[in-house]
Design a protein around this ligand. Structure first.
Ligand SMILES: Nc1ncnc2c1ncn2[C@@H]1O[C@H](COP(=O)(O)OP(=O)(O)OP(=O)(O)O)[C@@H](O)[C@H]1O
Length: 679
């Protein structure tokens, strides 16, 4: 094997000088062009040339990147030949050498492709006399230059990559805050066009079922999103293979890969593109799923390269996450809206009577404001239903609706219930607890039976309504109150103010807008409308066919005074729905024709339920007394029958009555005695 020719001493000295100069320049952290301007004269000098420069391929042509001396035309064929062969070539006084650091090795069998070359004119005497020596000098100068440019390029690439990754992360953080689907896709696409320096970027979301790719955003034919078959073009290739692809018209004649129908429909010309798959990870298992393809079109510069592909892949990764989380957010919002709509329609304010219609209209108007509302009306007229209507029609509909029965708040617990307490602030405060004002944050607080609030409670409520802050019991910091207050009462507040039982200042605070619900007996045919509504509701609940109201039943419903209002009507229909099996409900089934006393007692029962003591134990006791009395009354005092209706043995009924402190008859004593003697 012939050893590589050694350059003579003088040329070795030249080459050492050049190496030193290049090394020094490299330390200056110059950009590629600054470096070339600074070192190219020395490089040319070292090889005995005064005219030449570095040329680079751009859109299929050789362009001067940096040139020294006279700008004469250079032979591009010679450059292409040198680059194609991966070795220096000379012809007619010109010399072209591909820029490849591998050329430092004297073994030129390694051919690598290069897109830059050094091209220069040789002095005629130097080319003729010392061609072998010149070739060696050129070889080492080009290799030095190539190695230095490699360093600069790789440093530039790292810097560009870091900048791009920083931009990608920054953009991705912004995307997470975008709620609207269209805006999100537009923002992702515009980030891609900026980062890649291209004309357009599009996200093709995959509709698997229809085997279509839907191009969004900004791609559209007459306002519709663009749809293409999921198997065509480079985008289809990427979807099928899962591999990213680059296509540059200048460097490829593989025209068939581009789906020109898209260009035609958009009056556009694709010259270069890069496309990457969009992969989303789902569920606990992080299962990968392709959701589409991200494509960037028409690079503003030389065409897309692998760095662009890497950036687009990074963007696609974050875009897939943003799209997925946006879809999740959207479906959560949709299901929340569905729940809110369900809740709103679960308690409609039924009624066609003019008085109800007027209340409904006023409620609609007041709902759009944040004003405090006072709802007046007797027991069971639908005050809470109306309060819910206002809440669900307001901008606070997505917030909570918290109802508090003020009459049930015992003085000692009132403050803690409404404003919360800190752990350890009193004996039973084992945990910190938020009060109703805090729980209703962003929503509506319904203060029912506000007229029954104690004097202390009234003062505390007034302070919160004025200051708009609460302080938990045992706490020191103030918590802002973000609630709309709706209060209700069946008490004649003005009379109570005169009697000094209700604070006038609180009344004015609450009575910003007042709505009054009429008693049911003043609502005309609404009685029938509501009765039929409840009949359908309870029949569906029980799973029985909906019975019809016999004309006699309709008459009885209209004639009844309904002291317990809609609650009483609802209870009546609930009872009849459970107790009758016929398809027609008669007046007798309704059991409305009872004595005025029993009607009063029923109305009292309705009010009574409302006034039940707060603890479960006390409420259960009171309820049991009521239920036993009702059973005895409905069996006309026949204790055996009443016990059987209650599901008890007669003796157990008496024992229960004694436990509850209820008076018992003489017969009971006999029974007790009997059971005592038999024990
Ligand atoms: N307009 C209406 N349409 C349908 N149902 C109604 C209507 N008004 C009231 N109701 C029903 O009647 C019952 C009593 O209603 P609600 O509790 O709202 O009355 P209230 O006036 O707040 O009673 P109270 O004064 O005892 O607190 C509830 O079951 C409710 O669903």
């Amino acid at each position: 094997m012939t050893p590589a020719a050694q350059p003579p001493e003088s040329s070795r000295a030249d080459s050492d000088d050049l190496s030193l100069e290049i090394l020094k320049t490299l330390q200056s952290n110059f950009s590629r062009s600054e470096f070339l301007i600074s070192t190219l004269p020395g490089v040319l000098h070292s090889i005995g040339s005064e005219t030449g420069g570095l040329v680079s391929q751009r859109l299929g042509k050789w362009d001067r990147e940096c040139w020294i001396g006279e700008k004469t035309a250079f032979p591009d064929d010679l450059v292409s030949e040198a680059v194609d062969h991966g070795s220096p070539k000379r012809s007619e006084g010109w010399f072209a050498a591909p820029l490849d650091s591998q050329l430092l090795q004297s073994d030129s069998s390694t051919i690598t492709s290069s897109s830059s070359a050094l091209v220069f004119k040789l002095d005629s005497h130097s080319s003729n006399q010392k061609s072998a020596q010149a070739a060696n000098q050129v070889r080492s100068a080009v290799a030095l230059l190539a190695a230095a440019l490699d360093r600069i390029d790789s440093h530039d690439r790292s810097v560009r990559r870091i900048e791009q990754l920083t931009s990608v992360l920054h953009a991705a953080a912004q995307w997470q805050r975008i709620a609207d689907d269209e805006t999100l896709l537009e923002r992702i696409a515009s980030t891609a066009t900026q980062l890649l320096g291209c004309e357009r970027a599009s996200i093709f979301l995959w509709d698997r079922r229809r085997k279509k790719l839907i191009g969004r955003p900004a791609l559209g034919v007459e306002g519709r999103p663009l749809e293409v078959d999921d198997s065509v073009g480079v985008v289809g290739e990427v979807l099928r293979s899962g591999d990213s692809k680059i296509w540059n018209a200048s460097s490829s004649d593989d025209e068939g890969r581009v789906n020109r129908t898209v260009d035609q429909s958009l009056d556009f010309q694709t010259r270069s593109l890069v496309a990457v798959p969009m992969i989303s990870r789902r569920g606990d298992q992080q299962r990968e799923e392709t959701i589409g393809v991200f494509e960037a079109i028409n690079h503003h510069g030389k065409g897309f390269d692998h760095l662009d592909m890497a950036v687009l892949s990074d963007l696609a990764l974050h875009a897939a996450v943003a799209i997925e989380s946006q879809r999740t957010r959207q479906s959560l919002t949709e299901s929340r809206d569905r729940l809110v709509n369900d809740a709103a329609s679960a308690t409609p304010l039924l009624g066609e009577h003019r008085s109800v219609e007027l209340v409904r209209q006023s409620a609609k108007k007041v709902a759009s404001t944040d004003l405090t509302v006072l709802i007046l009306g007797s027991n069971g007229t639908g005050k809470e239903v109306l309060a819910r209507q206002i809440h669900y029609q307001s901008t606070r509909r997505h917030g909570p609706f918290i109802a508090v029965n003020c009459a049930a708040l015992v003085e000692s617990l009132l403050e803690s219930e409404l404003f919360g307490h800190e752990k350890g602030s009193f004996t039973d405060a084992s945990q910190t607890r938020s009060g109703k004002f805090e729980l209703a944050k962003g929503g509506t607080l319904f203060l029912d039976e506000v007229g029954d609030l104690s004097a202390g409670g009234q003062a505390k409520l007034l302070r919160v309504l004025e200051d708009k802050v609460v302080v938990r019991v045992g706490g020191s910091h103030t918590i802002p109150v973000d609630v709309r207050v709706i209060a209700a009462t069946n008490q004649p507040l003005e009379t109570r103010i005169r009697e000094k039982r209700f604070r006038e200042d609180l009344y004015f605070r609450l009575n910003v807008v007042s709505l009054t619900l009429p008693p049911l007996s003043n609502r005309g045919e609404d009685v029938l409308l509501l009765a039929e509504h409840f009949l359908i509701h309870f029949s569906h609940q029980i799973g029985r066919p909906v019975p019809e109201l016999h004309p006699s039943a309709r008459q009885a419903l209209m004639a009844h005074p309904w002291p317990g209002n809609i609650r009483e009507l609802r209870n009546t229909i609930e009872r009849v729905s459970y107790l009758t099996t016929e398809n027609i409900i008669t007046a007798a089934d309704l059991m409305l024709n009872r004595s005025p006393e029993s009607r009063i007692s029923e109305a009292n029962d309705a009010a009574f339920l409302n006034d039940l003591p707060p603890t479960l134990c006390d409420a259960t006791r009171v309820f049991q007394v009521l239920q036993i009395n009702r059973a005895i009354e409905s069996c006309s005092g026949n204790m055996t029958e009443a016990a059987s209706r209650l599901g008890l043995h007669r003796s157990n009924l008496y024992r229960k009555m004694r436990q509850l402190g209820m008076p018992t008859s003489g017969e009971e004593n006999a029974t007790t005695r009997r059971s005592a003697s038999s024990d």
